[in-house]
Design a protein around this ligand. Structure first.
Ligand code: GLY
Ligand code: MN
Ligand code: MN
Length: 478
């Protein structure tokens, strides 16, 4: 085993040697136990932060996502709406959560699938109404079968309904029918109009700033994802199929007790690495090619999002090395801009400048750096066509308005964003003349960064990315 300059991996290897444990077990021993679940107090505080912005005759309605059919009577693995996870932590389908003010106090109510032994024998056990009430952060729980009558009652006391329509058409219809009935009764009872408003922007504003408990979940997802990439690097050899790398990575996500991928893994070798959201993952990885893997686990709803690119045979060619180092320099420059008070666009601007300087230096463009950066006529956008960052949290592309009031948002401690510059030289593209030396090299390097009042905190820093580390790790079996 050759020594590698990667403390995360070295610690795992050392543990493995001293205990005789298999690598996956040693990795988990190093990553440590799963963090504590987010306590109910925190969910209740989140609910209070929302209701503090509301008026006493508002009614909030949040719906679980619909189930999706895979085939005949088989469903896709169920994943609910992130807002439901954020306020209640409830993961089952069909649920509806409401917040309303009764005699000056806000009351939270969760409507759930009731206990049903026959259904539970087939589909799995349910907490039911009693379980919801005893262990979840809600004041009241009812069977989902009572939703229609309860909503009618709640709406009769409300002036404004905060509901994201389109999530559950069935609930939209119930709400509209109730509103209409109330409208018809206006002349009798003198009630005013009821409006329906989307609460998503308000909720996004809360979700944008992560708590310490949320960061712990994200760190766990990040550590697991980092090791999964390391395992894939070490399995590298020419002739392996892209889906075999996918299986190494996703196999470890499951082994580690996460719910699996946070988004479908992108595993592209050679010219497939120049397709940004490549999804076939079914090609052979040839000697001399670079593989790009963009894969991250989801843990208790929280996402990790990592991309690494490495030579399949463990040694960068000169051309690959040149491009890799430019992307890495751009990524490091961008991470350095993840600081409070800087605009969320600062990392993108920093990354683009380093990339532009790089393509000028390598003679990939005859333009000057400033010309290459031009969004209309610059050459950089031929080879770097996406943004450098997105928010990350309960959604891998997490919620949060990027330009509130039309101005780029300033970063604050607690915000999490990805930093993911890349260069993609797809020789197959008819729209550009690809420089021959760099033909079919696709490199992206992506980490997840927490903005703090001090230095940027790279949640995915356990995943190696220097050329030296990558070459030492790649193709070295466990
Ligand atoms: N994994 C998708 C992205 O990086 O945004
Ligand atoms: Mn990303
Ligand atoms: Mn990604």
């Amino acid at each position: 085993m050759i020594p590698v300059n990667c403390s995360f991996l070295n610690a795992i290897i050392e543990y493995c040697r001293s205990t005789g444990m298999p690598m996956n077990e040693a990795a988990m021993a190093h990553i440590g136990p799963q963090p504590a679940v987010i306590p109910n107090d925190e969910y209740i505080a989140r609910q209070s932060r929302l209701t503090a912005q509301l008026r006493p005759n508002d009614l909030v309605i949040l719906c679980a996502a619909e189930e999706a059919t895979h085939s005949n009577d088989v469903h896709y693995p169920y994943r609910t709406m992130s807002d439901m996870l954020y306020f209640v932590g409830w993961t089952e389908p069909e649920a509806v959560f409401t917040l309303r003010c009764v005699d000056g106090a806000w009351v939270s109510t969760l409507f759930v699938q009731p206990k049903d032994t026959l259904k539970e024998i087939w589909e799995g056990r349910r907490p039911g109404v009693e379980g919801a009430l005893s262990s979840w952060p809600v004041d009241q729980a009812h069977s989902i079968e009572e939703l229609g009558s309860s909503l009618t009652e709640y709406i009769s006391d409300s002036q404004r309904i905060l509901l994201r329509t389109g999530v559950r058409p069935y609930v939209d219809t119930l709400v509209r029918d109730s509103v209409e009935r109330r409208d018809r009764a206006r002349q009798h009872f003198g009630t005013g109009p009821v409006s329906i408003e989307d609460p998503s922007a308000r909720i996004a504003e809360l979700r944008l700033r992560k708590s310490a408990a949320e960061i712990e979940q994200m760190r766990f997802a990040s550590d697991v994802s980092s090791f999964a990439h390391v395992a894939a690097m070490r399995h590298s050899k020419p002739g392996r199929m892209e889906y075999q790398f996918q299986s190494t990575i996703e196999g470890f996500f499951v082994y580690a007790g996460t719910s699996g991928w946070a988004y479908p893994s992108i595993v592209g070798c050679g010219d497939n690495a120049t397709v940004l959201h490549y999804k076939e993952n079914n090609d052979v990885c040839e000697d001399g090619e670079v593989i790009l893997i963009d894969a991250g686990a989801e843990f208790r709803g929280y996402a990790a999002d990592i991309t690494r690119s490495w030579p399949i045979n463990g040694k960068f060619t000169e051309a690959q090395r040149e491009i890799y180092q430019i992307v890495l320099d751009a990524q490091i420059a961008a991470i350095d801009c993840c600081r409070p008070g800087l605009a969320y666009t600062a990392p993108h601007d920093a990354a683009r400048r380093v990339l532009a300087e790089g393509i000028v230096r390598l003679g990939i463009t005859q333009q000057t750096v400033d010309e290459a950066l031009d969004m209309e006529s610059g050459d950089l956008k031929k080879w770097y066509m996406h943004n450098t960052s997105h928010w990350i949290g309960l959604d891998v592309h997490d919620v949060g308005v990027y330009k509130p009031n039309g101005e780029p948002r300033l970063l604050e401690a607690g915000m999490c964003l990805t930093i993911e510059p890349g260069l993609y030289f797809g020789a197959w593209r008819p729209d550009v003349d690809c420089p021959e030396k760099y033909a079919n090299i696709g490199i992206r390097i992506e980490d997840d960064v927490l903005v703090t009042s001090g230095e940027p905190d790279v949640l995915t820093s356990a995943c190696p990315k220097s050329i030296e580390e990558i070459e030492a790790i790649t193709g070295t079996p466990f």
